[in-house]
Design a protein around this ligand. Structure first.
Ligand SMILES: [Zn+2]
Ligand SMILES: [Zn+2]
Length: 234
């Protein structure tokens, strides 16, 4: 039988974008080795790779309190991985996400399951940004993870009411200010106690903190996060 799906939607390598053999690996072997995965030792709060085994937290988490409980990130946001995650976000390469969600599940299923989450909530984009971009990459990641982990995805729990400026242009204090009023809880989540936020990149954590903060005000008990990439900070 002709494999129509494989013809209509060829699987492409998330790093070099070459078409891969249908039913085979979801990445080229050589590209796989270019990805820099987050490895132990990791910060016990944000999940960032740190230098010393004896340290509990990264430099950032040692200084500030986060509104969320704990998080996991798959890749260090540099090199081939950074380029690939950027392509998901800005060049509509949604198909790459399938490989990354597979990897997240393969590496972290046990820990994620131990969080006993009621739902996955993607970090929302402002509707204007979503219209320009055509999709929210966090939705795509959450849907992939939800399907593979058997956790429901709730896209409309959080709403981004202020179209914030790109975060990379701002310093830490400004990011926080910028985000404090950007999110609202649009659905009643009182009955849903444990939430995993999903995003593509974790930078300073201010976006995740802002989301976790409003969710907790609305009655959420524990909030975690999962992202594809994370900066390194020792
Ligand atoms: Zn490749
Ligand atoms: Zn940390």
């Amino acid at each position: 039988m002709i494999d129509l799906l494989g013809i209509i939607y060829p699987v492409r390598c998330p790093v070099c974008d070459r078409i891969l053999r249908f039913g085979g690996d979801k990445i080229c072997a050589s590209c796989y080795h270019q990805l820099e995965y987050v490895r132990e030792p990791c910060c016990k709060k944000c999940g960032k790779q740190i230098l010393k085994q004896e340290e509990e937290y990264c430099f950032d988490c040692g200084k500030k309190n986060h509104a969320y409980e704990k998080g996991i990130a798959l890749l260090q946001n540099k090199g081939a991985g950074k380029k690939s995650i950027y392509a998901v976000k800005y060049h509509n390469k949604r198909e790459y996400v399938d490989f990354y969600t597979d990897e997240l599940v393969k590496r972290y299923k046990k820990e994620i399951t131990s969080w006993k989450a009621d739902m996955l909530v993607p970090v929302p984009l402002h509707h204007k940004k979503k219209i320009t971009r055509g999709f929210n990459q966090a939705d795509t990641i959450a849907v992939g993870l939800g399907r593979k982990l058997g956790i429901p995805v709730r896209k409309h729990v959080l709403k981004r009411v202020i179209n914030t400026r790109p975060q990379k242009e701002l310093d830490d204090t400004l990011r926080k200010k910028n985000l404090e009023k950007a999110f609202i809880v649009s659905k009643n989540v009182v009955e849903l106690k444990r939430i995993i936020l999903v995003d593509d990149i974790y930078t300073t954590g201010s976006t995740i903190d802002a989301c976790a903060g409003v969710l907790k005000q609305a009655g959420a008990d524990r909030v975690y996060y999962i992202s594809l990439g994370i900066g390194s900070g020792y």
